[in-house]
Write a protein that binds this ligand. Sequence first.
Ligand code: GZL
Length: 326
Amino acid sequence: MRRFCSLVLILIFSAVFAGCGDKGGKSDKDLFVIGFSQVGSESDWRLANTRSMEQTFTESRGYELRMENAKQRQDNQLAAVRNFILEGVDLIIIAPTVEDGWETVLTEIKNAGIPVIILDRSVSVSNADLFLTNFGSDFLKQGNEAVKWMEDQHFDTAQRNLRILHLQGSYGATAQLLRTKALEVGVAQHKDWEFAAQLDGDFTEAKGYEVVKDYLRQNRDFDVLYSENDNMTFGAMCAFDEAGITYGENGRVKIITFDATKKALQYCLDGKIDLCVECNPMHGPGVEELIRKYRAGEEIPKHVYVDESVYTRKDLTKEIIEEREY
Ligand code: GZL
């Protein structure tokens, strides 16, 4: 009787999961199969990050990259990752939309015996053993670089405080949390700095334009735009243009932006943006090196930070911008 029940269960399981994940886990060409849950395609930075991963993990280099675009929704990521488990991929890479909500699914992946790399942003979990490594940027350092630049400008606050318009990225994303933390600590440490407003631009150009345009209907009284990514900055610049607000080196409002994509660097060279804080999206080669080390049984660090810099107009030339990968 027990054998009969086991046979029935196997038949039911096979029937239920037969349609799930139209790919088997193992590649039929003996490739190393990577399931990659990407945040979305919300910004130029993200497109460059996806391009770097796709250019690195190619079949000719022995990989099958299965990337799922979550369209900036964590529930899409959780579904994609659970499908990767069912497919039995060799490794999972997650670029998390937000930090919270990962404990359960990372435990499921661990129980399935599949290694996980957290890419770009971070996850907030009780046990760091739930992932191999977190490969990305030091976002707090990025924010602190911007605050230091503001300090070095020695803005004239004799008559009134320095007023900062803060355009924030997707709430709960590590890049937003830490770029915001750096600025909020900076404002707390400078009694002559204050927030004009903190607006949610969700890391997109459209939302950046929309929220700044709406803000400008009733408010014009600010001196600095601290924008947590280039695409929101581009949207804000468009709203400033429509409102007749000047900005950049010879304008009334100084602009700080994060990512330092080619388009932002060109605006910086043109004197339209004052500070570009680099956030390097070209993660592919560094992640592949970590995977090679892991597969060779070598120890890999829990956090790996990419090299990044900051740029003002005097640091840039047309040639430097043309040579950049993103
Ligand atoms: C930063 C990354 C952020 C970028 C934005 O590593 O998570 O998300 O700064 C992107 O452009 O949307």
